[in-house]
Design a protein around this ligand. Structure first.
Ligand code: ATP
Ligand code: LTN
Length: 330
């Protein structure tokens, strides 16, 4: 009783990178004891770009296995699949009616994605952040742990909550983003000016959570750095800065400790050690992942049980909303 609520989600749209792990999942784990946490697999969001149905099913179970293997605990957190809870789509519709086209058109992610697929632009991509707002607001969420790139969407969720509350009467909690400074934005290993992204065409740009040790070593070795040759944390050396962030998150060592240790050794040894801390961090996750993927019955038990709670809580909010906008009780 009295615990604050946390909500976050990831799309089951392909293999996760260490950017997703560091920016999202890793932070979620530490919140489990203190908060009432909802961790969602947002499959409704995933279909805003074309998906092969059988791959989407597979990716969904893979993502659930990664959640569990990383340390999300179904005894502590509600780990569920978005499409299992009808209230998400239903609240989205209501929120669509108070969303301004202009504001949605200014969303950076929408602008980027719409430039990439100009001829086949679907309306789901446009209202994507409204669905995200519905996810968050249904659970009366206090805190939303995400990477830096989701900040603008969070701002929209807050605007919609306030707009609804003002237009009708207080209904939604206004959520706060929780963005960790270290690792909020892990950059591409090939271009440290752009975000590490699983949709990068160059696979050397990202490390996947499920990449094998040798692949990780190879990718880190090829990571773009500079000709300065000194391991120092600053904006002149974005590649090195990014590798230091990765090292720091996986080892728990501070940036200062890393600078002291490698300041005089050059990049070769530093990169080798970066690869090793990443391998060390990911190996136990990969082992547990294989275990969960072999236990589909267990996975089913987890998401079905969680859906019951998510459904109960989300319906409480949806009923209020429907009453306030003037719908007759079902
Ligand atoms: P894509 O790269 O295909 O556009 P994505 O990797 O951003 O997708 P999402 O499902 O959109 O994947 O993001 C899931 C979570 O991971 C979000 O909280 C997001 O902020 C975080 N995240 C994604 N990439 C990074 C990154 N490079 N650094 C830090 N956090 C990240
Ligand atoms: N848009 C988010 C995924 C997402 C989400 C959410 C995150 C969907 N619904 C609710 C936090 C809370 C992304 O990371 N691309």
């Amino acid at each position: 009783m009295g615990k604050k609520t946390v909500f976050s989600g990831i799309q089951p749209s392909g293999s996760l990178t260490i950017g997703n792990y560091i920016g999202a999942i890793k932070n979620w784990i530490s919140l489990q004891n203190e908060y009432d946490c909802y961790y969602c697999i947002v499959d409704l969001h995933a279909i805003t770009v074309p998906q092969v149905p059988k791959d989407l099913r597979k990716n969904t179970l893979e993502l659930l296995s990664i959640y569990l293997a990383s340390g999300l605990d179904p005894e502590k957190s509600t780990i569920f699949i978005q499409s299992h809870i009808p209230a998400h789509a239903e609240l989205t519709w209501v929120l669509n009616t108070i969303s301004y086209m202009g504001q949605l058109g200014r969303m950076t992610q929408y602008k980027e994605k719409s430039q990439r697929s100009e001829e086949n632009l679907n309306a789901g991509l446009f209202t994507y952040p409204v669905l995200m707002a519905a996810d968050i607001l249904l659970y009366q969420t206090d805190l939303v742990p995400v990477g830096e790139d989701q900040k603008q969407h969070l701002e929209l969720a807050r605007d919609l909550a306030e707009r609804f509350n003002n237009r009708y009467s207080p209904t939604f909690k206004v959520p706060e983003p929780l963005i960790k400074k270290e690792g909020a934005k892990i950059m591409s290993l090939q271009n440290p000016k752009s975000k590490m992204s699983k949709s990068d065409e160059n696979e050397n740009g990202y490390i996947l959570i499920l990449d094998k040790p040798d692949v990780i070593r190879k990718k880190v070795k090829r990571a773009v750095t500079d000709s300065i040759g000194k391991v120092k944390y600053n904006d002149e050396q974005l590649g090195i800065k990014n590798l230091m962030n990765i090292y720091s998150v996986f080892s728990g060592d501070s940036i200062q400790e890393i600078e002291n240790r490698y300041g005089g050794t050059g990049y070769g040894k530093f990169k080798e050690d970066v690869a090793e801390v990443v391998v060390e961090g990911l190996t136990p996750i990969q082992e547990k992942y294989d275990y969960y993927m072999k236990n589909k019955d267990y996975l089913e038990k987890v998401y079905k049980q969680a859906a019951e709670k998510a459904n109960y809580i989300s319906m409480k909010t949806l009923r209020k909303v429907y009453r306030k906008v003037g719908f007759i009780q079902r």
